[in-house]
Design a protein around this ligand. Structure first.
Ligand code: PEP
Length: 247
C-alpha cells in the first residue's frame, strides 16, 4: 500500500519570516497522518522552515541541487549542504528549470543518482508541453524522460523515488489535466518503471500529479488508481495547502 505524498513547491516566493508564518498556520490545519507532507521552500528559507516543522510530520525538500559534490559552480547548492541542514527531499527536473536554466534529461539523471548517493529522496518531474500533447507524443515523451532519469538507478533505490507527472500546460495556468488524462500518463509511468524493474518496484514507486492542483480538484485526482498525491505550486503558498493535504 503506497502512502500518498503531497509536496508544496514554493518556487521563488516567500521569505524566511513569511515561511514560518505559513508553516505555523498549516500545522494547525493539517488533520491527517495518512499523507506524507513535504514543503519545498527557496534555499534561503530552508533553515527557518526546518526549525518551524521540528516536531511535526511535515518534511522539507529543496527545489534543486547540483550533481557535483562541491567546486567552482557559483550560485549552486551541493547535496551534502542540504543533507547537513536536515533536508529530506529534492525536486529534480522541474519544467521551469528545464525551460529557463538548461536542465536536460541527462542532468536530471546525474542529479537523481547524486541525490540517492546522499540519501536525499528525489521528486523527479516529467511532463509534456501543449505542442507535444497536441502532436500526440505525450506518452512516448514521458516514458523517455522517466527512463533517462532512472538510468543506472538500482531497484532498491528506484522504490524510494517520487515521480511527478506535470504537464507544462497545466502548471500555473489554472488549467488542470482531467483526472483521466492525469491517470493515463501516471499509469504509463508506472508501466515503464515495471518494464525496467518489475512490478514489485512499480507498485511501490509513488507518482504524483502536478499542474493547478487545488482544494477543489485534489480529491478526484488523488483518488485515481495510479496517482499517489500531488506536487502543488500556487496553492501551496496558502492555507489551501492544508485542505489539499486533507483531501
Ligand atoms: C508546480 O510548480 O510544480 C506546479 C504544479 O504549479 P501549480 O500548482 O501552480 O500549477
Amino acid at each position: 500500500m503506497r502512502n500518498k505524498i503531497v509536496a508544496g513547491n514554493w518556487k521563488m516566493n516567500m521569505s524566511p519570516a513569511r515561511a514560518v508564518e505559513l508553516i505555523n498556520s498549516l500545522k494547525d490545519k493539517i488533520n491527517t497522518t495518512e499523507v506524507d507532507v513535504v514543503v519545498c521552500p527557496p534555499f534561503v528559507c530552508l533553515p527557518a522552515v526546518l526549525e518551524a516543522v521540528d516536531g511535526t510530520a511535515i518534511s522539507v525538500g529543496a527545489q534543486n541541487m547540483h550533481f557535483e559534490e562541491n567546486g567552482a559552480y557559483t550560485g549552486e547548492v551541493a547535496p551534502s549542504m542540504l543533507v547537513e541542514l536536515g533536508v529530506k527531499y529534492v525536486i529534480i527536473g522541474h519544467s521551469e528549470r528545464r525551460q529557463y536554466f538548461g536542465e536536460t534529461d541527462e542532468t536530471v539523471n546525474k542529479k537523481v543518482l547524486k541525490a540517492i548517493e546522499h540519501n536525499l529522496l528525489p521528486i523527479i518531474c516529467v511532463g509534456e508541453s501543449l505542442a507535444e500533447r497536441e502532436q500526440g507524443v505525450t506518452i512516448d515523451l514521458v516514458r523517455l524522460q522517466t527512463k533517462i532519469a532512472l538510468k543506472d538507478v538500482k531497484a532498491e533505490d528506484a522504490k524510494k523515488v517520487v515521480i511527478a507527472y506535470e504537464p507544462i500546460w497545466a502548471i500555473g495556468t489554472g488549467r488542470t489535466a482531467t483526472s483521466e488524462q492525469a491517470e493515463e500518463v501516471c499509469k504509463a509511468i508506472r508501466n515503464v518503471v515495471a518494464e525496467i524493474y518489475g512490478s514489485e518496484v512499480a507498485d511501490e514507486v509513488r507518482i504524483q500529479y502536478g499542474g493547478s492542483v487545488n482544494a477543489g480538484n485534489a480529491n478526484e485526482l488523488f483518488n485515481m488508481g495510479n496517482i499517489d498525491g500531488g506536487l502543488v505550486g500556487g496553492a501551496s503558498l496558502k492555507e489551501e495547502f492544508a485542505s489539499i493535504v486533507n483531501y
